[in-house]
Design a protein around this ligand. Structure first.
Ligand code: A2P
Length: 291
């Protein structure tokens, strides 16, 4: 799988498998199905070529991922594993402990990337700057000890970076935010901040949670390129220089979503996709979200 280079030279596969699952789809009885569906989908993903898996402590699937990784479909060293810090965690010590716990569940000695999941969680709203500073100090220690190959953040905006910079020794290497064609929040100073400071952008919900796929203009382009609307969205993301993290539990879609290397979108069609309607609510303000 092709890669991109992070600021520290570490190579990251150019597309990843997104693993957040809508838990509300499953009642208590259905949790067994939740795990089974996920394990089958992840197995398919690795078998058909995904080498980059994106999870989080709050996705409740690290142990499932550990189970699949432990089967050794490919060697651990060929996989790029990312997890993200639980919003409830707010201290240096707890960050280190949670990292160990993630490694234990994922069945790995080291992680490829660790991200602060949310810049201003409701649990620490009165001290978010201090919380991020403390957690980041733990991230830097883990990085210096080579327990993690890259460190970064998710859902950060320039004001959160500015606050973090006051105490950080290492600048985050990525920001993972929502990025899909037409997203109103693309008109966002965060993109510029990341460009200027050499952070790679990772895009979650690159298909607008599936909502963008029925847009007539996208369907017309799909005919022109003989590629599905989902493949066009992912190619758009890659050509923008983002790392898309599509989610799917459907085997044919999992396969098709990485079959995007044999075509190129023209500049006009990229611009047309930029102008697609924004199908999701405006992105949630990290400082007022209720989590
Ligand atoms: P499913 O899991 O049933 O395949 P996003 O990546 O933007 O978060 O979107 C995820 C949603 O898009 C899921 O509901 C997923 O459904 C759907 N999806 C993923 N890949 C495709 C595809 N190639 N075609 C249509 N829908 C897709």
């Amino acid at each position: 799988m092709q890669t991109r280079k992070l600021r520290n030279g570490v190579e990251i596969p150019y597309i990843g498998y997104g693993t957040v699952q809508p838990l509300q789809r499953f009642d208590d009885e259905g949790m067994k199905e939740f795990h089974e569906v996920f394990i089958a989908a992840l197995t398919t993903a690795i078998e058909c070529g995904y080498r980059h898996i994106d999870t989080a402590q709050m996705y409740y699937n690290e142990a499932d991922i550990g189970e699949v990784v432990g089967r050794g479909i490919v060697p651990r060293s060929e996989l790029f594993l990312t997890t993200k810090l639980d919003n409830r965690i707010g201290t240096y010590e707890d960050t280190l402990r949670s990292f160990d716990e993630s490694c234990r569940k994922l069945g790995t000695e080291y992680l490829d990337m660790f991200l602060i999941h949310w810049p201003n969680p409701i649990h620490h709203r009165d001290r978010w700057q201090q919380r991020n500073a403390e957690c980041w100090r733990a991230f830097e220690k883990l990085y210096e000890e080579k327990r993690v190959r890259a460190i970064g953040v998710s859902n950060f905006r320039p004001r959160h970076f500015d606050a973090l910079q006051k105490t950080a020794n290492i600048c985050p290497m990525v920001d993972q935010i929502r990025l899909y064609p037409g997203d109103a929040s693309l008109d966002n100073p965060t993109l510029e901040w990341c460009r200027q400071n050499g952070l790679l952008l990772e895009g979650y919900s690159p298909l607008g949670l599936g909502g963008v796929l029925k847009e007539p203009k996208l369907m017309a382009l799909s005919g022109k390129y003989a590629k599905s609307p989902a493949q066009l969205c992912l190619k758009w993301s890659v050509q923008k220089g983002y790392i898309p993290l599509p989610k799917s539990t459907t085997p044919e879609r999992i396969r098709a979503n990485i079959d995007i290397e044999d075509f190129e979108l023209s500049a006009e069609d990229m611009a047309e996709m930029d102008r697609l309607p924004s199908v999701l609510e405006d992105d949630r303000d990290p400082d007022t979200a209720t989590w």
